[in-house]
Design a protein around this ligand. Structure first.
Ligand code: CAA
Length: 260
């Protein structure tokens, strides 16, 4: 696929996806969502890439939402179809085998906030702004915001953001647990790359199983989820990484993981 709206770059075990439509503050139109899906379909089969970073092109915006100029003339079921495409893209991010870090470099509004909360980890620059302003446009969030936001920050805080459409700054996002950390804008990508590097130095099989277990377990009650965790824990023992990781500890040396 010829990518027009996204830059998809790989450096070693880290892939970076940049939503790159700065003139529209990186808003997600139909084509951009298709391109995002394409990238994550590649990543689903990619054993070389250990971590993915998603960011926005330009200095001002991560993603300022779904594209309003695309949505303005949608009728009835076309709205549902567009939301389904958005959901498919968000689910592809969430269920990617690699951990996904959102490097939030500015506005993360509507579909942009929904993209950020589909990622596993969010690092924000000091100028980042978050919000679900859909009610200002006479609609509700359509890419998972009504569901993932309450699960992340709790129902009360989520409802306040969803019903008022207010934007919050990075410090407030940190306070309510919407982001993991806030850093100066100039340091954002370095901080994310450092975090990515640390993750890729761990046992790759364990990282993949860990993400899968967190995600699938969060859909289950605690009893079933713990039962599932025990099975997933057992899966680790079928890997060379587990033998190497534990042997290296006992031999007081650094583990050399192979991802097998
Ligand atoms: N869709 C399409 N275009 C957008 C956009 C969006 N979501 N957000 C910004 N743009 C465009 C603007 O129309 C403008 O284009 P022109 O230069 O051609 O006029 C350009 O980006 C720059 O934007 P502004 O001039 O508005 O920049 P600003 O600094 O004055 O304001 C902003 C920045 C506060 C983010 C403002 O652009 C804004 O409020 N954007 C809309 C945010 C929004 O409502 N997002 C939710 C969309 S609905 C949604 O996402 C539904 C869903 O859940 C699926």
């Amino acid at each position: 696929m010829d990518l027009q709206n996204i830059r998809f770059e790989k450096e070693g075990a880290v892939a970076t996806i940049t939503i790159d439509r700065p003139k529209a503050l990186n808003a997600l139109n139909y084509d951009t969502l298709q391109e995002l899906l394409y990238c994550f379909r590649q990543l689903a089969r990619d054993r070389e890439t250990g971590v993915v970073i998603i960011t926005g092109g330009g200095e001002k915006s991560f993603v300022a939402g779904a594209d309003i100029s695309h949505m303005v003339n949608l009728e009835g079921l076309e709205g549902t179809e567009f939301a389904r495409l958005g959901h498919e893209a968000m689910a592809a991010v969430e269920s990617a085998p690699q951990p996904v870090i959102a490097a939030v470099n500015g506005f993360a509004l509507g579909g942009g906030c929904e993209l950020a909360i589909s990622c596993d980890i969010r690092v924000a620059s000091e100028n980042a702004k978050f919000g679900q302003p859909e009610v200002n446009l006479g609609v509700i969030p359509g890419f998972g915001g009504t569901q993932r936001l309450p699960r992340l920050v709790g129902k009360g805080l989520a409802c306040e953001l969803l019903f008022t459409g207010d934007m919050i700054d990075a410090a407030e996002a940190l306070r309510i647990g919407l982001v993991n950390k806030v850093v100066p804008q100039a340091e954002l990508m370095d901080v994310c790359r450092e975090m990515a590097k640390k993750i890729t130095s761990k046992g790759p099989v364990a990282i993949r199983l860990c993400k899968e277990t967190v995600n699938n377990g969060s859909q289950m009650d605690l009893g079933r989820a713990n039962h599932y965790e025990a099975i997933q824990f057992g899966q680790c023992f079928a890997s060379a990484d587990q033998k190497e990781g534990m042997q290296a500890f006992l031999e007081k040396r650094k583990a050399e993981f192979t991802g097998k």
